[in-house]
Write a protein that binds this ligand. Structure first.
Ligand code: FUL
Length: 504
């Protein structure tokens, strides 16, 4: 039996009405009423189920392909003749996604309409589309159809980038553009697969353009123009797991296009925050708006350009550590060329990147460690909060402390020395992001501890934090020979909840 003390609202005493808070206590069977599993109270805001699934995608590809591939531009003006789109072979999304998979990516987003307004599927909303392309390869192109089919075949997640800004449409800037063109295009895309994981809505909105021959500047207020609440509800009815990125308001731009997130990175954020605040999120943010970092995988633009080269596998690996390793997702761009396929050099760089990820982050040494904690929460009827949950490879079980405990120590030890480079931590974010500070130490002999990760801001954790023990994201180094790794949580918004501690 356990005695619970509750604050209850007292409405009347002896017939005399009265409003106020009084403290009563009553005995109950242990944890049998509202919270039999003794689960911690969530720290708001918390993610929606679809945001959780989206976050688990972690690392996915961006494919910028379209009219610009054939004009060499980055932002087409909207006046390009449809016949300019003329692939030299049938565009091959399966080849794109195979290369992404080899890099360790779990999905991809294909650009199917960029700011120039040219649609890579046979849409009913505009004649500025592939059906009027320059050859049979163009006229048979349907990227949403083929991309979705390839993703399903390869077991990858998929989604589409559709630019809200349309420099071709005569209607852009009017309500009719939103109702008859943009929302319909989104509805058409939703029909290409109900299991889409993300729709990407760019932040570049309005400016000069062709606009059906008007050749003028048109500006809109992107916070109200696109009828986003209606768009969100309509897409979710068809694609319940599809996160509407950017303008859609369910995940945020990390705020630079350089492939890094802040070491301190909160998933909570306030809508409309400045881009340099997006790199860090907001500890007190009202919305669960997790960060996505978009980065170029090549040395020129988002679209393919003659003479371009992919970044090296080491550069890509550093980007990974500084995004996925800092509580953001990484969407890495690799542009198909005029043949509609990825160039061989790109495919090769992606394969090498995948090799690095497997070699360096593929074998979790924590799974063979002893794991002890300074405190674990009292177990519930159907849930345990023990140290064992940290190393059971199960993201749905977690370790927690009791309410009121915001500092704790997790110690992993091995009988034989292990060569280690990274510690990775993952919070059980279903109940909100909590950890505000931690430190990492190692011991070579089992008794003398040395603090590692010097120079690294050991602050937030979130969905995933990968901490380089040598403090460097660019130098893998030779690692440390250790018999123990100790993580001390030094501050947390409420009792910390971690589902996994990994050591690589
Ligand atoms: C930007 C766009 O303007 C670029 O062209 C590109 O699509 C990039 C991913 O987003 O804001």
């Amino acid at each position: 039996m356990k005695r619970f003390t509750r604050n209850v609202l007292v409405l009347s005493v002896a017939g005399v009405p009265l409003m106020g808070w009084a403290q009563t206590s009553f005995a109950l069977e242990e944890q049998t009423l509202a919270n039999p599993d003794n689960e911690p109270v969530p720290v708001q805001p918390v993610p929606h189920e679809r945001q959780l699934k989206w976050q688990e995608t972690e690392f996915y590809a961006f494919f910028h392909y379209g009219m610009n591939t054939y004009t060499g531009q980055e932002w087409g003006y909207g006046n390009e003749a449809e016949s300019t789109f003329a692939p030299t072979a049938a565009p091959n999304p399966e080849q794109w996604l195979e290369a992404a998979k080899a890099a360790g990516m779990r999905g991809g987003i294909a650009v199917v309409k960029h700011h120039d307004g040219f649609c890579l599927w046979p849409t009913a909303t505009t004649t500025h589309n592939v059906t009027r392309g320059g050859n049979d390869f163009a006229r048979n192109t349907n990227i949403p159809r083929d991309f979705a089919a390839a993703a399903k075949k390869l077991g990858m997640k998929y989604g589409f980038y559709i630019s809200p800004w349309d420099r071709n449409s005569a209607l852009y800037g009017t309500d009719k553009y939103v109702s008859d063109v943009f929302l319909r295009q989104c509805a058409e895309l939703a029909q290409y697969g109900t299991d889409q994981f993300e729709m990407w809505f760019d932040g570049a909105n309005g400016g000069d353009g062709y606009y059906g021959g008007a050749n003028e500047t048109r500006s809109v207020d992107q916070s109200t123009y696109y009828d986003v609440p209606n768009l969100r509800d309509s897409v979710h009815k068809v694609c319940p797991d599809c996160v509407l990125w950017g303008v859609g308001g369910e995940a945020r731009w990390i705020g630079n296009e350089a492939g890094w997130a802040g070491e301190t990175n909160w998933s909570p954020q306030n809508r409309g925050a400045a881009s340099n605040a997006n790199e860090y999120g907001d500890e007190d943010g009202w919305f669960w708006l997790p960060g996505e970092s978009d980065a170029k995988g090549t040395n020129k633009g988002w679209f393919w350009h003659s003479g371009e080269a992919p970044k090296s596998a080491e550069e890509l690996y550093k980007i990974y550590l500084e995004t996925v390793g800092r509580n953001a997702t990484l969407i890495l761009n690799m542009p198909p060329d005029k043949s509609g396929s990825l160039p061989a050099a790109t495919v090769n760089a992606l394969r090498q990147m995948g090799n690095l990820l497997r070699q360096r982050l593929g074998t979790d040494l924590a799974l063979t460690a002893r794991c002890e904690v300074s405190e674990s929460r009292t177990n519930g009827a159907n849930r345990t909060y023990d140290a064992a949950n940290l190393i059971d490879g199960d993201k749905d079980t977690y370790w927690a402390t009791n309410d009121g405990t915001t500092e704790a120590v997790i110690t992993l030890t091995w009988d034989e020395p292990q060569r280690v480079h990274y510690v990775a931590l993952q919070e059980y974010i279903r109940k909100g992001q909590r950890v505000k500070g931690f430190k990492v130490e190692t011991t070579a002999n089992g008794s003398d501890w040395v603090e590692r990760a010097n120079g690294v801001e050991c602050t937030t954790v979130g969905y995933k934090r990968i901490v380089p023990l040598n403090g460097s994201t660019s130098n893998y180094g030779s690692g440390f020979s250790v018999k123990g790794v100790r993580v001390t949580i030094t501050d947390s918004k409420a009792c910390p909840l971690l589902h996994t501690v990994s050591v690589f």
